[in-house]
Design a protein around this ligand. Sequence first.
Ligand SMILES: C[S@@+](CC[C@H](N)C(=O)[O-])C[C@H]1O[C@@H](n2cnc3c(N)ncnc32)[C@H](O)[C@@H]1O
Length: 331
Amino acid sequence: MLAGKLLKSMLKTRFGVLIAKIQGNLRVMEGKVKVKINRLGADALTLGPIAFIGENIRALVNLLNFRGVPTAEANKKSYNSPVLAEGYAQWDILRDPEKTILDFLKTKPSFRRMLDIGVGGGRTTKYFTEICKEYIGIDYSENMIKACRKKFQKLDKTSFAVIDARNMSVYKDNCFDFVLFSHGGLDAVEDEDRMRILHEIWRVTRNGGYFFFSSYNLDAMFQFCRVKLSKNPKVFAKMLVSLLLVRLSNQKMWKHVRGKQSSLEHTMFNIGGHEWGFKTCFIKPKAQYTQLKESGFENIRMFDLQGKEIRYFPNTTSIELHYLCNIVKPD
Ligand SMILES: C[S@@+](CC[C@H](N)C(=O)[O-])C[C@H]1O[C@@H](n2cnc3c(N)ncnc32)[C@H](O)[C@@H]1O
């Protein structure tokens, strides 16, 4: 019995190592081909099929690799990829709802100290640093923080730290005026951890302070689960493969989300992020509202991807929603 278990775990480990090796080799191979083609001066179309095949083999390998790995662990590992961190660090365009909030904060003289949770490669850093007295960016990915430190070495009143939002005990109660968790960062964890993070944010933000974040909308999920026609055969083929992978990687959840009206309040779903090694939380706006209320947040406002305020819950099919809320504490 024990010997059987031992053999099984050895095989599992060996299998994992083998998969990781194949994955690494595929990346190297694809990288070499890309470099060769670039040297020859060929255009992106020549690269298309190679990248397409490479991408989908890697997707399958990742799907196998992450089978059975708890979501929180797989997501954290996936965010710590140096390649991903390098990619995030290239990005510094503010999204429309963030511009709306930046303008809103400029009108608040009491806004001094800010915490940017899940700062990633520092996309939001330079904009928010300009309008506060002290900016702190944190992330649980060491490689993201490394990238930020390198990128913003010379920026005043700005610092970065490797901290997991599930436990921010290094910060005292009520020490921030504004907390940001942008671009679906909060969606990387499952429900229990999500509530823990909301509680931590409430604790470290002062009475009357603000919390702004974005999250994926479960009411818009059906858009990932249906065939979209395209006249371009390449685009169509890509879409079909992607749909197949969505189906394969969400076997249990598929039936609950493909219809327009999902029976769930929230779910972790794989839509192909980080080459299919990642699951994102999708939550109904109404359920998000309830979570926030239960965690002590008030004056909850919602914005779509164009930065337009949404007044009513039903029929909101914006894939990602931004939420602004106030922290209210008893005297
Ligand atoms: C989608 S990225 C967004 C990065 C950046 N804020 C942006 O908008 O470009 C989400 C980030 O949140 C971080 N993250 C997710 N869960 C976290 C947690 N529990 N604690 C700290 N960081 C977390 C990830 O490592 C990742 O860098």
